[in-house]
Design a protein around this ligand. Sequence first.
Ligand code: FCB
Length: 489
Amino acid sequence: MRKLAHASVLLAAIAVACSSSSSKTDDTANEPASVTFAAPFLWGSASAGFQVEKNLPPTDWGAWVATPGKIKGGDDPNKGGADALAHIDEDVALLVASGQNAYRFSIEWARLYPTRAAFDADQVDMAAVASYDKLFAALRNAKITPLVTMQHFALPAYLSDPSKSTEPQGWERPETGELFGTWCKRVASRWGGEVDWWATINEPLVNPIAGYIQGSFPPGLLLNVDRALTAGRGEARAHAKCYDGIKAGDTKDVDGDGKPSMVGIVHNTPAIEPDARVRYVNNQWILNAIVRGDWDDDFDGNYDGPKDKRADPDLIGRSDYLGINYYSALIASVNGIQIPTVNAGIRQDHLPTDRPKTDFHWDIHPKGFRVILDEAKVYGLPVVITENGIADSNDTNRGRFLLEHLYELGRAKADGMDIRGYFYWSLLDNFEWASGFCPRFGLHSVDRVTGARVARPSVQIYAKVARTGVITKDDIAAQPPYAPPAYCD
Ligand code: FCB
């Protein structure tokens, strides 16, 4: 992620003695000629409210955007972009036209409850409810399965305010987790008749790293390891509260599988090389907590600390599936800024490898996808790929990227992994956090001024896969080799 990677970024990776997980590499000669995803399978694309909506009531991200120098080019999602709530029918038509049967989006806490008083009194903003009702109705009519994210980076300003960053903000405060449980229960009660697939928090480790170590996300602290770990702990516990809230709120089984809800977290798991300590902190720590209830309070890779606990009843079993985001490789490196007690760093852009790069300076590394799927397999849960995509404004590389990654996914599925769906990031070009509108991830381009959507050619490649469920080696070979990226910075 760019959020992790503007420079050499240090992760609060405490020295941990833990085993390295194996990476599977196969000889090309042994690879099957094709892979198949049998129905039912969720073929969709993903988005997030702050990245595609306009005029969100006050949030920490809104304050961050308004702070000079924080967003590349001074870009502002209120002054351009997709304006998705004003284009609901059009965007659902784009999903249908490209053969997709699923859509991941977030419901924004600040939109439903713009003030703390409104939240406390449970006075929901009815215009906001009407917008989301409209989206749900459009999806239902088009037979598109929603996967709803309860929190995708932005928090209401009354819970997280970067102008008060000397005090605990957001997930650092236990109260946020408590309120989040209530938020999740209310949303699940209101829309449980529309939704079976729920995601609690998007990329819970990104906020601590980008917000407290790197300083590129609110609250914008630099190298504050202690507060980063507090925020990370808060997110793990908030996830469990949200899980319980959804289970209490959503009693309606929409798809008839006998379960009213499937609840998971959306976890960012890059293919980390070569440092097992960093892999543990970033990829495994939170899953150990919310799946097994194993609480490693000091992030040291074992469970013998004074606050550590095994099988914590407040955490264990709070995952019906794993939401996995995979984009790229990440290299653990000790160069860069050195800070006391931290002896590992990470970087995800400008890697010194010979792999092809995206417009966002990330490595294109489909084999790494299989590596992280193998890492996730140990938890024994169904998996949904909640994000995978490429910044590629010329659309020269997106087709090959998609097919190569889906081929690896298909192989993991053929080897017995219970993979339920794949969501491409993203349906539309959107506001890429601290990088503004610069990287173009969309299957459809968006004119920043008019909001006009235009399908990129690669959408047809995705549509064919979504309609047939088949990817062949010949399909991949028919794609041009990766072209040099069109860096936008
Ligand atoms: C992920 C985020 C998503 C988007 C993509 C490119 O880390 O979840 O919002 O920014 O990266």
